[in-house]
Design a protein around this ligand. Structure first.
Ligand code: FES
Length: 84
């Protein structure tokens, strides 16, 4: 089975990322080999996807200026602006 062609683009920390329609932000970032979604406030440790189902909040990012959005449950949209 072949993957559908990527046809959506968005930015993550000002870098352009391609995505397949229907992917979550986290899935699109993993596909682009971007696995660190944020750093902890205390200590600056890397955080990424942990549960993948919207429970742990490890994957929070800022989406279109709105902070604390869970990348693992939000579908990526063309021209979306995502920041760690
Ligand atoms: S990875 Fe747990 S809420 Fe997103």
């Amino acid at each position: 089975m072949t993957q559908p062609a990527a046809s959506i683009t968005f930015t993550f920390n000002d870098e352009k990322v391609s995505a397949v329609p229907g992917q979550t932000i986290a899935a699109a970032l993993f596909s682009a080999n971007q696995k660190v979604l944020r750093k902890t406030r205390m200590g600056g440790e890397d955080r990424s996807i942990f549960c993948g189902i919207g429970i742990c909040w490890d994957c929070v990012v800022t989406v279109n200026g709105i902070s604390n959005q869970r990348a693992c449950i939000i579908e990526v949209v063309d021209s979306m602006v995502v920041q760690s």
